[in-house]
Design a protein around this ligand. Structure first.
Ligand code: PEP
Length: 254
């Protein structure tokens, strides 16, 4: 059975005090209100991970993710954070290939393959982001484009390694724009990606792969999006900065 997951990507938001307040609120709401089987993942800025780990360590439903890691093991890479550093402070997940990192920091499918490798070598679970731009959706084979992102960054993995990866489909045109993919659009892509995975690794691996949807998921649309059979949860940006909205989204997935 694949995991149901709701992850909150805070991006570059929140001061320390704000981060502590938001985490406390989410921990309390999840502990009090979430009864079902859903993995909640908070993705704060890396500088807060050590501190926030203490806030979530007694809440088994909640884990932490970094928003990125280096594709290098260690060395003279000023400003970078390695997978082994994240592991050493008790982090379980790492978001890789977010469209903002692809766009603003030039991350390529090949470089992301390296990041996925080093994350897995260090026992981190990659949350691998993929998705097409509006131009690609309107003018190109958008499903083929997203499948190719997965092929180039993930299909070198062994079956066992691939089994540890979480996929997040995030159409770029829906991220932070208030435009959400319809549940039909999300289901179409998720089903196509699951079939693509089945073609490479077989039905069992594909059935066990969690594929999250991301792109303006909010308290009002989460339930409808999560009702699609191949949508296993969400990667949530803006709405994860508000504890009540984020908890409503988590409850829609449990
Ligand atoms: C994201 O950053 O991954 C995201 C989906 O953002 P938003 O929910 O704000 O569109």
């Amino acid at each position: 059975m694949r995991k149901k997951i709701v992850a909150g990507n805070w991006k570059m938001n929140k001061t320390l005090d704000e981060a502590l307040a938001l985490t406390s609120e989410v921990v309390n709401m999840v502990n009090d209100e979430v009864t079902g089987d859903v993995q909640v993942i908070l993705c704060p800025p890396a500088i807060y991970l050590t501190t926030l780990n203490k806030y979530v360590e007694n809440s088994p439903k909640i884990a932490l993710a970094a928003q990125n890691c280096s594709d290098k093991a260690s060395g003279a890479y000023t400003g970078e954070i390695s997978a082994s550093m994240l592991k050493s402070i008790g982090i379980e997940y790492v978001v890789l290939g977010h469209s903002e990192r692809r766009e603003y920091f030039g991350e390529t499918n090949a470089q992301l393959a390296g990041k996925v490798n080093i994350a897995l070598e260090n026992g981190l679970t990659p949350i691998f982001c993929c998705g097409e731009s509006l131009n690609q959706r309107q003018n190109e084979d958008y499903i083929g484009f997203v499948k190719n992102q997965i092929t180039e960054s993930l299909f070198h993995l062994s079956e066992e390694q691939f089994g540890k990866v979480v996929i997040a489909y995030e159409p770029i045109w829906a991220i932070g724009t208030g435009l959400t993919a319809s549940s039909e659009q999300a289901q179409e892509m998720h089903a196509a990606l699951r079939a693509h995975i089945a073609g490479k690794y077989g039905n069992e691996v594909a059935d066990n792969t969690s594929i999250l949807y991301g792109g303006s998921v909010g308290a009002a649309n989460a339930e409808e999006l999560f009702a699609s059979p191949d949508v296993d949860g969400g990667l949530v940006g803006g709405a994860s900065l508000k504890s009540r909205d984020f908890t409503t989204i988590i409850k829609a997935r449990q």
